[in-house]
Write a protein of this length. Structure first.
Lengths: 323, 377
């Protein structure tokens, strides 16, 4: 019998480091993921997301640090980890020259599913992926969204308790992305822990908790709401006006705000926290003869948080390098 | 090891080979092409050597000598030269390999019981052929001299003379000295080696390149299931090709198989297993299909072709090279093939070679098992 994963902490890592020669891909990363949680790993390309996920899946040896997945040690018990996880690597690694059904048969053989379970799971996967009518198609002929759902189907045929998804939605159309997240919610609802990397900000909003990673280091960790309130060093104000272009120019020329940008039919103005823009911004516009329609402080989007955190860090690094 | 996983891997691999026209085509065309090429084109028999004759004597005696050469199947008249430079030009141009010059006083010297000479000019570019042709030329001259001597003795009423020693030669194993009878069996080793190298080179490296390996190593699959599962289809193809080669040897080239066919197939399967595992090891180490196929060819096909004794006799090699041939598994397989095919011998003689092939196969299988890591780094 395979040993069931312990659902206390699904993933625990402490000071995890991975170096490739002199390049540090993952730099002392520590985090914990609760059982049944959707945990998002958010960061730009090359930030160390895939490297971390590979170490957790037991296919890449860390340089240092500790880690447990489903209660199993990532150094010594990687084969036990592999029995309890599902992993979907970045490139939806299906066999393109096999038919849809043959890919499912292959993985149910690899996971040694008994006949009754195999038949049930295969039908379920075909249903979930919307491929019931294309079970005899060659995988290479499928469009991205279908390939991705088939890859997910293959990765969870054996009903793993922890699921690692490495940029599962890159290169997939928005509708398929939406459907994919519905599936992730469904699984999380059944108690499956989902560890997912992404660089889509809208997807990050769907996660229970998030870690922002940049240059191998975690720069923020918490729920989406926590990130927006605790980690945003500046405040975002929204200005509605009929003279968008003139206002933009006037506010930029005043040089009193760290950023002014068009956002839909309004302007987003980023300023120091605690500063009350309503006390002096209207007078700047009045000087140009523009009447402000509406001005209020708004909740920053995750993108605002992400960009300002990473910019702040990059500036800090630059300062260090110059100093 | 779990049978279910083994079956899943082997079946997947079978389907993939079946859908890849390139590998199927290679699997069938390599043995057929090599057998046709070597069986027909590569003959080491030396006969019908193009010959040019320059006869300055122009007597019945000189024509009789020339006739002796041309009546044998070994020499064929290309031209009769009218002067020396014409003969030289034909050798230069490669239109003739041998020139026979009969001097003007040839028959007179014979009449006067003086030593008569003839000149044989041989194109020595291909040393092997030249040596063999020279042998024929000397033998024919010797026979003709004996004939002349007998005629002289007859005239003197001395009766039949015979040389003091007469060799009674019987050629064993390949009585007609046909080179296809030793090329075709040896060629089976070359075919197995090249097939194993080409077919297996992409099996692991290809999965790394396409990214499917990353998915596979994140599953609980074991090394032995993966390696063995991948071996099965290639081994099956190899055995089909072996049968194809043996059948072509028998029906197309009429090469006699004197020994046990069962023994031939059993020992061939050892060599095949070793060669396939060797290809898998290379594929594991390189993680790159192109590099892997190149290295595989160099490690497996070339030594089996050159250093196995397939065409080039090992005993003629320099001592150092002879020493190297001991680590070429093809050497033992070629010895086995030639032994079973031509001599009809069995394990009572071939057991050492068989044992060494078994060692080769198990060492390579173990190496592949041990070298494969379910890790990216």
């Amino acid at each position: 019998m395979k040993e069931r994963a312990n659902l206390g902490w699904a993933v625990e890592i402490e000071e995890l480091v991975k170096k490739f020669d002199s390049f540090t891909a993952v730099d002392h990363v520590s985090l914990k993921v609760k059982g049944g949680e959707i945990f998002g790993f958010l960061g730009p390309n090359g930030a160390g997301k895939s490297t971390t996920i590979r170490m957790l899946c037991g296919i890449l040896t860390p340089t240092s640090g500790n880690g447990k997945v489903g209660g199993f040690d990532i150094y010594r018990e990687s084969e036990k980890i592999k029995q309890n996880i599902g992993y979907m690597s970045q490139k939806f690694s299906l066999y393109e020259d096999l038919k849809v059904e043959e890919n499912l048969d292959f993985y149910s053989g690899i996971y040694r599913l008994p006949k009754e379970i195999k038949d049930r799971r295969k039908e379920w996967a075909l249903q979930m992926a919307g491929l019931k009518d294309r079970r005899n198609s060659l995988t290479s002929t499928l469009a991205g969204g279908w390939k991705q759902r088939l890859a997910l189907g293959c990765a969870i045929l054996h009903e793993p308790s922890i699921l690692f998804l490495d940029e599962p939605t890159s290169g997939v159309d928005p509708l398929s992305r939406r459907r994919f997240w519905d599936l992730i919610y469904e699984m999380a609802g059944k108690g499956v822990t989902v560890f997912v990397t992404t660089h889509y900000m809208d997807e990050a909003e769907y996660c229970d908790r998030l870690a922002l990673i940049n240059q191998g280091r975690i720069v923020a960790l918490g729920t989406p709401a926590e990130l927006k309130t605790q980690y945003m060093p500046e405040a975002v104000w929204e200005l509605e006006t009929d003279h968008l272009v003139d206002s933009l120019r006037a506010l930029k020329e005043s040089q009193r705000f760290s950023e002014v940008a068009v956002f839909g039919n309004a302007l987003h103005v980023v300023a120091r926290k605690g500063e009350d823009l309503s006390s002096f911004l209207p007078s700047i516009l009045a000087g140009e003869g523009i009447p402000p329609k509406r001005l209020e402080q708004i909740e920053p989007s995750l993108e605002d948080v992400f960009v300002s955190l990473i910019e702040a860090e990059d500036q800090e690094n630059e300062g260090k390098n110059q100093g | 090891m779990k049978l279910v996983r083994l079956k899943a891997i082997a079946w997947k691999e079978f389907i993939q080979i079946g859908r890849d026209p390139r590998s199927l085509l290679l699997a069938i065309s390599i043995p057929v092409f090599l057998l046709l090429l070597f069986g027909y084109a590569l003959t080491l028999d030396v006969d019908r050597i193009p010959t040019v004759i320059y006869d300055l004597d122009r007597t019945p005696r000189s024509r009789d000598l020339a006739d002796h050469f041309l009546r044998s199947k070994y020499f064929q008249l290309e031209a009769v030269a009218s002067d020396y430079s014409e003969l030289q030009e034909m050798l230069d141009r490669g239109q003739a390999l041998m020139g026979l010059v009969i001097p003007a006083n040839f028959s007179r010297d014979l009449e006067l019981n003086r030593d008569a000479t003839i000149q044989v000019l041989m194109d020595g570019t291909d040393a092997n052929t030249a040596t063999i042709a020279l042998g024929y030329a000397s033998a024919i001259t010797l026979l003709y001299s004996q004939e002349l001597l007998q005629q002289k003795m007859n005239r003197l009423g001395a009766g039949k003379i015979s040389p003091p020693i007469e060799p009674r030669i019987r050629i064993w194993f390949n009585p007609d000295l046909e080179s296809k009878n030793f090329i075709v069996p040896g060629l089976i080793a070359v075919i197995m080696a090249i097939l194993a190298a080409i077919l297996t080179s992409g099996t692991i490296s290809g999965e790394w390149e396409r990214g499917t390996m990353e998915q596979l190593i994140s599953t609980p699959i074991h090394n032995e299931e993966l390696i063995l599962g991948k071996l099965i289809p290639y081994f099956a193809i190899g055995m089909i090709d072996l049968s194809l080669s043996v059948a072509m040897g028998k029906f197309l080239f009429s090469v006699p198989l004197r020994g046990s066919g069962l023994l031939l197939f059993s020992l061939a399967s050892l060599f095949l297993l070793g060669a396939i595992c060797q290809g898998v090891v290379v594929s594991i180490v390189t993680k790159n299909q192109l590099l892997s196929s190149q290295i595989s060819i160099i490690l497996s096909y070339l030594p089996t072709f050159i250093l196995s004794g397939f065409i080039y006799p090992i005993t003629n090699m320099p001592k150092l090279i002879q020493f190297i041939t001991y680590v070429v598994p093809g050497r033992y397989f070629v010895a086995i093939l030639k032994g079973i095919y031509s001599k009809g011998i069995g394990l009572e003689i071939l057991w050492i070679e068989a044992l060494l092939l078994a060692v080769y196969a198990s060492a390579m299988a173990f190496w592949a098992y041990q070298r494969f890591k379910k890790r990216i780094d």
